[in-house]
Design a protein around this ligand. Structure first.
Ligand code: HEC
Length: 112
């Protein structure tokens, strides 16, 4: 079947939609964590400057309020929960990104 002008236009439109969607795709939580400098202080598992993400997940495993509370803490900062080191407030993290990051941290598998 030869492609008429209409279907060629349609194909071009579909191609455009597909590429725009790829660009607009939300970054993965890992990308967010890297982009926002979380990994400068946090390890995936063990304590560095701040607690390891797996340690955080283990601590709040049965806490249904944890996603919302931690999203708030990621934005506002925290001190005294794990020790005396301060996590400064992360002013560049949007509320939506903070929520994604909190859920991702809490979804880390338990410590080996
Ligand atoms: C300058 C170092 C530093 C950076 C950067 C940092 N953190 Fe933290 N984070 C800490 C420290 C220290 C603590 C422990 C604070 C406490 O004891 O209350 C902590 C605690 C946390 C907690 C647990 C809070 C609680 O109530 O148990 C989460 C979740 C967290 N950080 C996520 C993040 C995310 C996500 C980012 C990136 C947007 C980030 N952190 C960036 C140092 C940091």
């Amino acid at each position: 079947m030869a492609l008429g002008p209409t279907s060629r236009g349609l194909a071009a439109a579909l191609l455009l939609v597909c590429c725009l969607t790829a660009v607009a795709q939300t970054p993965s939580p890992q990308d967010l964590a890297r982009k926002n400098g979380c990994m400068a202080c946090h390890g995936m598992v063990r304590k560095q400057v701040g607690p390891g993400f797996a340690q955080i997940a283990a601590r709040y495993r049965d806490d249904t309020e944890a996603p919302r509370r931690l999203a708030g803490k990621i934005q506002e900062g925290s001190v005294g929960t794990w020790g005396r080191v301060i996590m400064p407030r992360q002013t560049l993290v949007t509320p939506a990104d903070a929520e994604v990051l909190a859920r991702w941290v809490l979804s880390q598998p338990p410590l080996p």
